[in-house]
Design a protein around this ligand. Structure first.
Ligand SMILES: [Zn+2]
Length: 155
């Protein structure tokens, strides 16, 4: 089906893609065994489906998985095994202390990305990257007294 361009200008496609464009097939390879992951419901790991968006990519032998945006085939990040998930959780718990609102969060990610030399997404980070994020955030927290103070007053 051809979509008339008046319904679907290019700028909208790039910045805010509608759901149906995200349903294209993606082959997801497990980073731990290099085998193809399956796209399935998250009841495969939890016993019942959790959340509105319950589709995941899963590699059962590695216990590695990642969720998807709104049940599309678009992954939220990269697949993580148990150890990686724990490091990502820790990274979030420390890094999220650096910001109080959306604006500060954006700035905090810009600053850490600038510092580490790549675009930081905790959901895409491996263990080494998580360790770097944790180290960075802990240093920042030790340099400020109040949550978010550094970003509010010095940016
Ligand atoms: Zn695997």
């Amino acid at each position: 089906m051809r979509i008339p361009s008046v319904w679907f200008p290019l700028s909208v496609t790039l910045q805010n893609p509608p759901q149906w464009i995200l349903t294209k097939n993606i082959t997801m390879i497990c980073p731990f065994c290099n085998k193809k992951a399956i796209w399935c419901e998250n009841k495969e790991i939890y016993g019942r489906n959790y959340g509105k968006s319950y589709m995941i990519y899963l590699c059962k032998p590695c216990d590695s998985y990642v969720g998807c945006h709104n049940n599309t085939k678009n992954p939220l990040g990269t697949m993580a095994n148990r150890e990686t998930r724990e490091f990502r959780k820790k990274a979030h718990s420390v890094f999220d202390k650096l910001w109080n609102n959306k604006k500060e969060r954006k700035l905090a990610y810009l600053k850490i990305s600038n510092q580490l030399g790549y675009e930081v997404h905790i959901g895409c980070s491996n263990i080494t990257q998580c360790e770097d994020i944790i180290k960075y955030a802990e240093t920042r927290i030790n340099n400020t007294n109040q949550k978010g103070e550094y970003y509010v007053n010095n940016s």
